[in-house]
Write a protein that binds this ligand. Sequence first.
Ligand SMILES: C[S@@+](CC[C@H](N)C(=O)[O-])C[C@H]1O[C@@H](n2cnc3c(N)ncnc32)[C@H](O)[C@@H]1O
Length: 230
Amino acid sequence: MNGQKQKAHWDFKYEQGLPSLTQPDPFFIFAYGHFVESSFPNAGVALDLACGLGRHSLWLASRSWRVCGVDLSEVAIRKLNHAALELNVSLDLFVGDASEYKFGSSQFDLIVLFYHADRNLFPKVVSALKPGGLLICKISLRWDTDASLTAAGTDPLNRNELPSLLPELQVLYHQERQVRDRGVVEFAGRKGGQEIVFAPSENLDSPQTAHGRPICIGRSSTLCSGSVSV
Ligand SMILES: C[S@@+](CC[C@H](N)C(=O)[O-])C[C@H]1O[C@@H](n2cnc3c(N)ncnc32)[C@H](O)[C@@H]1O
């Protein structure tokens, strides 16, 4: 599906008010609590790529983060602008292809990328993070080798591909699991800083449970506590 078709697909979905993601993803809340809060207790500057209706942008902005949101869908950005005004928070919103966004270098303390797979984005994401900045992302995966395109017509990532697209980031958390006929990868990484690999217990399929009982493995063997403007 080309860019125009993608835009039409998402504009139609948002215009129709079809069921959409409005509550922050459990993994976002988990990763924020474990990795972001302690690093940025006074908030910072965040970028929400393919932000959709802005469930994460709004959540961050209401916690004093300065947030830029980018999405291909004009309808989603219009609705998000409206929601931001209602909540009395300010967002910097951009309509367009995330890959054409002017990321700049060392601009963001936090980049959030949920459910949008574009391999070309990752070098730009790394460059746009400040040293010590964090990436939190969750993306659908091709789980079976014969499964082809996603509903939105994009080419999904393969299993174990994401960390290889982000070799410059230190892995804080990486988990891949099957969800119906697809998979999902949850990833948190830091640009620079001390390496701690954070992996969930085995055989846990609900995000809440998985995130509630973490095991830490890594060099230090440290045990981590469960712990618009338009
Ligand atoms: C499944 S939604 C996820 C929205 C949001 N990240 C969330 O988790 O709530 C995918 C979003 O990606 C956006 N999108 C698709 N292709 C895009 C592109 N090339 N650049 C920017 N956004 C894109 C769509 O408009 C849609 O809002």
